[in-house]
Design a protein around this ligand. Structure first.
Ligand code: RAM
Length: 953
């Protein structure tokens, strides 16, 4: 009896243990192709999840995925599409769907469970889903429709036609069970069903090389339809397809707009499943009608003009009298033009800002200050007399006299006009087919003092998940972080643009590549860059070079249409390798490598073709415009030889290609890149390194420097930029790196403790200083408020990152005002990478942060406290530290299924308390090593508080 009781007790105990164990590890945040419950057209999409579990050292040892064709089946555990069964693996992301072939429109439900380190299965995740888009052309019935209204454009400085309005009514004979809208436009569209706008996204279907690829979106519109008559309507905007692009007008290119086509077109297909299972489709074709409406002008750069009197809001509802509207034109698909599901995240309004101040600046004229420089539009809420108009102009800065700075917009008109309908209540309006970069809005035509909330700032961005958090006890650094985040927000808008305000807004490749890792720490950019890296591949030149911006429309002769001399440049074109590499590293994404691999190989071949002795000697790129490329763009002081920089980049790209090739099993190529990398290292040494370790160039080979950017002053190899790049890329020998580190510091000191770098030099500057053990110098640079520095911008009121170190100088004002002077340029925000990797100390040791290093740089440098996090694809990593008197307290959070090497500054392991306790013997034996003044703790998942006696090196 006693025995029995004991047996039962033991059994109960075991059961409860296994029950607890079972409950502790669980997948959450299920995503497909980086998205939550998305529409997709990837036939073998990749699945991912995060894991949560209590306690320490939790790992996944196996998983099971079930994929079903209905939620009922999934709930019963029936994987009729795929049951992976138990798969022994620690992989939680980049897991390919390996089930039955999926059809167009197929709805898919899935869930996952995992086994932990003790082999105990956890509970199933919640159900998640995805739905397939259209997998081939035959699934499309809709035709392209559109109307050329260019003849209605009012003359003047800009040629801006009105937007065509499209409509169609259709009878649905039975009650609706489910409905989808598949929609694409060459240009931009707003789509309405029964008077309601579908979707909250802007600027769909995005900017691509429309000759090669056009995207579509899918929406669930079930609740918008009803049995009986339904009305469908659309307004089209020229957008990137037919509107103005870049600085074409400014530089005098004969063609200034309509780079891809003359007028916008729409393709929309509404697929309805009736409750009885039968189906109906309503598609765009020549049975649709078009008419004129309220949008009288709409252009991305020039702004929108909206006359609310022209058309009743009922135009997209049933019963509107469209007898005066005419049939729309129907157009064929362009051969070779792929129609695919938008792979990125849509542009949305991501933040709303209210006016900080409203100042009267003239008769009926006011200036609103939103207190923050951003990209987006305004929402107006105001009463007015029919026919009265308000004119909105946008600016990032004010002149000392309080007037709006618009000179730096160059030829971007950036002006919106609203003409009142004359409603008795306040009229509400926001433009649809334009956006501006601004903090200030000047409103003319306001006859009465406006209410404080008459205008709302709507900040737009590609709607990306937040990945980073960063805070310190230093308000300057905190503001810097906010400025970086805001500038990324303003420029990650369908493509990574250089700036959001002037007549440019192009996907500049140099800016994108220097900023790439910084961007990753702020947002989950994997889906965004899945799109843009494709844009880059589509934009590759015939000769294999990646361009200086992408997309890049081409003219009939095959040159850049916006400015024919825009071609390629060292430091810019390498984005094709570097951006793919950063996605590969951060997310463990092999697909991006495989997809663009043929393009990357072609580019490497192009580079190789220009080398002599595996590097680029002086003058190697003298044939491009500007000569030698853009070089260390916007640096101050002596210019760094662009060829020396190009040679370091060549070495670096070979190194990255070696790693990526090996990862996707291209052994032969990996070997080739290894050899070429080493050869370029030797070539670099022979040509660019002097006996004393100084970097040098043969200046005479540049002649008088004419044609080169700021070449008159001559070129040098002995610059901050040259050393920073060489150290960062790892092209030097250990001894050489030491010397370079010393020269770099010398140069900074000789420059009064100031930086002198441009786009290419600044990105590696602080990381290089940290690499050579000069972390304090890096801190000094980031905390400086003297010109040139990011702190200088902040003490002068910056809420975003400026294009130039001297965008504004006290006493001198806006020195470059009308030329190139953006106040929202993320390139110098590339310091973010150092803030996360060196202040917080979060680095990836293995791809995708499966193995993490936490090694914050703590010293006597003015910062006593820092905290932050990075949500990696393997989970949330947190790192915080604080100097408390004679101690440093570190708080570290390591995600389930990962491990970390955590560096603690202490003379001996005895000086460390881990979660309140001294390190025990087994821990000391198995998990502690020492490197100089640092103790390295090997930690599994869990939350840790590490207290150590503060010892400086
Ligand atoms: C400027 C862009 C961009 C830069 C190029 C070289 O016009 O704004 O930032 O990369 O030129």
């Amino acid at each position: 009896m006693k025995k029995d009781l004991l047996y039962i007790a033991t059994l109960l105990c075991l059961l409860s243990i296994s029950f607890i164990a079972k409950a502790t590890i669980r997948p959450t945040y299920l995503r497909v192709e980086y998205k939550i419950n998305p529409f997709l057209d990837d036939r073998k999409p990749r699945l991912s999840w995060e894991l949560v579990a209590e306690g320490f050292d939790n790992k996944q040892t196996a998983y099971q995925i079930i994929v079903a064709s209905s939620s009922e089946k999934l709930n019963k555990g029936v994987g009729d599409l795929w049951d992976s069964k138990k798969v022994t693996s620690n992989q939680t992301n980049q897991v390919y769907y390996k089930g039955a072939a999926l059809k167009s429109g197929q709805q898919v439900w899935w869930k996952v469970r995992v086994w932990n380190q003790d082999g105990v299965a956890g509970r199933w995740s919640d159900n998640a889903r995805w739905e397939m888009g259209k997998l081939d052309e035959s699934a499309w019935r809709a035709k392209w429709v559109g109307k050329d209204l260019n003849h209605l454009a009012k003359g003047g400085a800009y040629e801006l036609p009105p937007s065509p309005y499209l409509r169609k009514e259709a009878v649905l004979t039975k009650p609706v069970k489910e409905a989808r809208l598949y929609i694409s436009s060459l240009g931009l569209h707003n789509f309405y069903i029964n008077g309601e706008k579908v979707g909250d996204d802007f600027f769909s279907s995005g900017w691509t090389d429309y000759n090669k690829r056009v995207y579509y979106q899918v929406y669930d519109v079930t609740t918008k339809l009803k049995k009986g008559n339904n009305a469908f309507g659309a307004i089209l905007g020229t957008g990137w397809y037919a509107g103005y692009l870049g600085y074409a007008l400014l530089v005098g290119t004969p063609q200034v707009n309509q780079f891809y086509g003359k007028f916008p077109m729409l393709k929309a297909q509404i697929e309805i499943v009736y409750q009885d299972g039968s189906r109906e489709t309503v598609s765009t074709d020549k049975s649709w009608k078009w008419g004129l409406g309220n949008v009288q002008e709409a252009d991305m750069l020039q702004g929108e003009r909206y006359d609310a009197r022209q058309l009743s809001t009922k135009w997209s509802m049933v019963g509107f009298n469209d007898s005066k509207w005419e049939p729309i034109g129907e157009f064929e698909n362009k051969p070779g033009q792929l129609l695919q599901l938008y792979p990125g995240e849509p542009v949305r309004v991501v933040k709303e800002l209210s006016a900080k101040t409203i100042k009267k600046v003239g008769q009926n004229k006011y200036i609103v200050d939103f207190g923050q420089n951003f990209a987006g539009i305004i929402r107006l809420k105001q009463r007015g007399i029919a026919g009265d108009s308000l004119v909105f102009r946008y600016g990032e800065m004010l002149h000392p006299d309080g007037s709006l700075v618009t000179e730096n917009l160059r030829k971007a008109r950036a002006t919106d006009t609203y003409i009142f309908r004359g409603d008795s209540n306040a009229e509400q309006w926001e433009p649809s087919f334009t956006y501006h970069g601004f903090q200030f809005v000047e409103i003319s035509g306001l006859k009465e003092e406006p209410k404080p909330d008459f205008l709302t700032g709507l900040a737009m961005s590609s709607d990306l998940h937040e990945a980073g958090q960063f805070q310190t006890d230093n308000s300057l650094l905190n503001q810097l972080y906010q400025n970086i985040v805001w500038t990324q927000r303003a420029n990650y808008l369908d493509i990574p643009t250089d700036c959001p305000q002037r007549d440019e807004r192009l996907g500049w490749t140099g800016d994108a590549q220097v900023y790439m890792r910084s961007a990753i720490f702020n947002n989950d950019i994997a889906a965004f860059h899945k799109k843009w890296i494709q844009d880059l591949s589509d934009a590759q030149w015939e000769n294999g070079a990646y361009p200086i911006y992408a997309p890049i429309p081409k003219n009939k002769a095959g040159f850049a249409a916006i400015r024919p001399s825009d071609s390629f440049s060292p430091g810019w074109s390498e984005a094709g390798i570097i951006c793919a590499y950063e996605v590969f590293k951060a997310y463990g994404d092999h697909e991006v490598v495989k997809q663009s691999y043929p393009n990357m190989l072609r580019f490497m071949e192009f580079l190789k073709g220009r080398t002599t002795n595996h590097i680029f000697p002086e003058g190697a790129f003298a044939d491009i415009e500007p000569k030698g490329g853009f070089g260390d763009w916007l640096s101050v002081g002596k210019k760094t030889s662009p060829d020396l920089i190009a040679s370091i980049y060549y070495f670096y790209c070979n190194k990255l290609m070696r790693e990526m090739s090996a990862a996707i099993g291209r052994k032969e190529e990996a070997d080739y890149f290894d050899t070429e990398m080493k050869a370029s290292q030797a070539g670099f040494k022979a040509r660019y390194i002097a006996a004393d370790g100084k970097l040098k160039t043969q200046d005479s080979l540049y002649g008088d420097g004419s044609g080169y950017v700021e070449g008159q002053g001559g070129f040098s190899g002995h610059t901050q930029t040259a050393y920073a790049n060489a150290i960062f890329a790892g092209i030097l020998s250990p001894e050489g790196e030491k010397q370079a580190g010393a020269y770099l510091q010398e140069l900074i000191t000789a420059n009064g403790g100031r930086l002198a770098t441009g786009f290419l030099g600044f990105k590696p500057l602080l990381p290089a200083l940290s690499k050579v053990g000069a972390s304090d110098q890096a801190y000094k640079l980031i905390l400086s408020t003297e010109y040139p520095s990011l702190g200088y911008e902040i003490v002068n009121g910056a809420t975003s990152i400026w294009e130039r170190w001297d965008s504004y100088i006290k006493g001198k004002g806006f020195v470059h005002n009308a030329a190139m002077n953006s106040f929202s340029h993320y390139a110098f925000g590339s310091v973010n990478e150092w803030m996360f990797e060196n202040i917080l100390g979060i680095k990836s040791l293995e791809n995708a942060y499966r193995k993490i290093v936490v090694r914050p740089e703590i010293g006597q440098n003015g910062i006593k406290k820092a905290s932050g996090s990075y949500r990696s694809i393997n989970g949330l990593i947190q790192s915080a530290w604080e100097i408390q008197g004679a101690h440093v307290v570190q708080e570290v959070d390591i995600p389930v299924n990962t491990s970390a090497l955590c560096y603690v500054r202490a003379a001996s392991p005895k000086d460390i308390l881990l979660n309140g306790k001294p390190l025990d013997r087994t821990f000391l034996r198995d998990r502690v090593t020492q490197e100089g003044e640092e103790i390295i703790l090997k930690l599994g998942s869990g939350k840790y508080i590490i207290k150590s006696i503060f010892s400086l090196p």
